[in-house]
Design a binder for this molecule. Structure first.
Ligand code: ZN
Length: 212
C-alpha cells in the first residue's frame, strides 16, 4: 500500500459517458458531477482478495480511467502538463444503498466511500490525452469482457474535469480523479475476478469478496 501514501484527494466524476447515464436512467449532466471518496477507500489491484460490504444490497463495479495530478495548478494550465500518471480503477458502489440515498436527497458517501471502494492498479506515466485515446480500456470479469470504453467518449474531457475541480475544490500534486465509467456496470458476486485492461495489457487484477 505504500505507493498510495502520497495520494491526497480522490475526486470522482459521475455520469461522464452517455450510455452509462442512460443504463441507470439518469440524465446527462450539464456540468461535471463530482463526488469524492476517503483515502481509506484505496486498495491495490495486485492480484489479492479485496473485501467489500456484504448484506447491504448489490455492490456494482464501475471501471474507470484514473488520472493523477503531478503539479500545482495555475489557471490556463494544460491537463496534459498537469497529469503525471494514469491508472485504472473500480469505483465500487453500493447501488441499492445509493438508490435509497438519492430518494432521500442524502449525500452519497455511504454508497461510494466505504473501505476498499476504490481498488486501483499501479500508476503508469501519462503520455497525453491523445495517446490515452489510442486504446480502449475495459474490464474482464471472470475472463469475459464486461466493460469497454474510450476516453474520447467522455462527456466532459480531461481538461474540463481538471479545470472544474480546480475552480470549485482545488487541485494539486497527489490528487487523483476517477473519470467516470462506460456502460456495462453490474453487480459483483462473491469471488468474482476482475482484470482491468488497457488495449491488450492487463494493468491489475483482484478477487472481490463480499463480507459475511
Ligand atoms: Zn463511477
Amino acid at each position: 500500500m505504500s505507493h498510495f501514501t502520497d495520494i491526497r484527494n480522490i475526486y470522482c466524476v459521475g455520469r461522464n459517458y452517455g450510455l452509462h447515464a442512460a443504463e441507470l436512467g439518469n440524465a446527462v449532466p450539464e456540468q461535471p458531477m463530482l463526488f469524492s471518496k476517503p483515502t481509506h477507500s484505496l486498495v491495490p489491484l495486485d492480484g489479492g482478495e479485496i473485501e467489500v460490504p456484504g448484506g447491504r444490497g448489490e455492490v456494482h463495479f464501475e471501471t474507470e480511467v484514473v488520472i493523477r495530478i503531478g503539479k500545482s495548478y495555475k489557471k490556463g494550465a494544460r491537463a496534459d502538463d498537469l497529469i503525471d500518471g494514469v491508472a485504472l480503477g473500480l469505483d465500487l458502489t453500493l447501488r441499492d444503498v445509493q438508490s435509497e440515498l438519492k430518494k432521500k436527497g442524502y449525500p452519497w458517501l455511504a454508497a461510494k466511500g466505504f473501505r476498499n471502494s476504490a481498488p486501483i492498479t499501479g500508476f503508469r506515466p501519462f503520455g497525453g490525452t491523445e495517446a490515452l485515446a489510442r486504446n480502449d480500456f475495459g474490464l474482464l470479469k471472470n475472463g469475459e469482457e464486461a466493460q469497454r470504453g474510450n476516453v474520447n467518449d467522455m462527456i466532459f474531457d480531461l481538461q474540463t474535469i481538471v479545470d472544474y475541480c480546480a475552480e470549485h475544490y482545488g487541485i494539486g500534486p497527489g490528487d487523483v480523479i476517477f473519470t467516470g465509467t462506460p456502460a456495462g456496470v453490474g453487480p459483483v458476486a462473491d469471488g468474482d475476478r476482475f482484470q482491468l485492461r488497457f488495449g491488450g495489457d492487463i494493468w491489475g487484477e483482484g478477487v472481490i469478496r463480499l463480507a459475511k
